[in-house]
Ligand binder design. Structure first.
Ligand SMILES: C[S@@+](CC[C@H](N)C(=O)[O-])C[C@H]1O[C@@H](n2cnc3c(N)ncnc32)[C@H](O)[C@@H]1O
Length: 257
């Protein structure tokens, strides 16, 4: 990311046609094939963002610089359930995560949430992420490298139920099935005023985490759910889309006093 013109190695979004496409890294001499035809890398490299390229079938695409979300949600490999942007964004805000933050995360999964956390702790913070399955840790490592965020992450191939090694961290973020077993470790790892955030797909997990959080000594324990509804906008006919993602998960937050 950076600069007004597309450089070799850049990620580029192509808007137009029936779909939007992401090229992860434009390679000189490369050809990219879509339903709407083929685009040559040499027609993209050196162009300004906002300009158009035309496929061999005559379909026009605008070159758009991708955002972090474009890269994570369009280019990352997905081997596990992953966090939704609406939930990740609220976690980041509630935990006060910003440049310099030290954050513990478990499990890493495909590294989607790890990447979003890493982006916000840059340039001086670190995400310590625990993953018990090495194949997922490897997927996450590749994804983070692709996004240029691996330098801000320490991937720990460990079972977080055995303990959290870091101390005085600003936040602990858990997205794993039995998060309540880690709440006590999270209390030990957090600094005073630090925040625990748990993403939990079912209400019985919420109850277990909240009971454990209160028992551990956390305060300001709360459970919330975020619903996101998209709209179909057309003059005189604007209304909610007929389909929506009805459920992702619940969020539990708690503060260490
Ligand atoms: C739903 S996925 C996490 C997805 C991740 N938040 C993302 O956005 O890509 C849950 C992950 O937690 C890992 N996990 C489950 N229990 C764990 C444990 N005790 N310690 C470390 N990782 C664990 C699983 O292997 C799985 O990869």
């Amino acid at each position: 990311m950076g600069g007004d013109r597309v450089k070799e190695g850049d990620a580029v979004l192509l808007y137009g046609g029936r779909r939007t496409y992401l090229i992860r890294a434009v390679e000189r001499g490369g050809k990219y094939s879509f339903n709407e035809g083929v685009v040559r890398a040499d027609d993209i490299i050196g162009r300004s963002y906002g300009e158009e390229v035309v496929t061999h079938l005559g379909v026009r695409f605008k070159l758009v610089r991708p955002t972090l979300l474009d890269i994570v949600y369009r280019a990352f490999a997905r081997r596990t359930q992953v966090i939704y942007p609406k939930d990740a964004a609220f976690i980041i805000l509630k935990c006060g995560i910003g440049p310099g933050s030290r954050v513990v995360e478990a499990g890493t999964g495909s590294g989607y949430l790890t990447a979003l956390l890493a982006y916000f702790v840059r340039p001086s913070g670190t995400v310590y992420t625990y993953e018990v399955r090495s194949e997922f840790a490897e997927v996450a490592r590749r994804n983070l490298r692709l996004a240029g965020l691996l330098d801000y992450v320490v991937i720990k191939e460990k079972d977080v139920r055995d303990g959290i090694e870091e101390r005085d961290v600003d936040a602990v973020v858990l997205d794993m099935a039995d998060a309540w077993l880690v709440v006590g470790h999270a209390f030990g790892a957090l600094r005073s005023g630090g925040t625990l955030a748990c993403f939990l797909p079912t209400v019985n997990q919420v109850e277990k985490v909240v009971i454990e959080a209160v028992r551990a000594g956390f305060v300001a324990v709360e459970a919330v759910e975020l619903l996101l509804r998209s709209y179909k906008v057309k003059a005189g006919e604007t209304r909610p889309e007929l389909r929506m993602v009805g459920h992702t998960g619940y969020l539990v937050f708690a503060r260490k006093p």
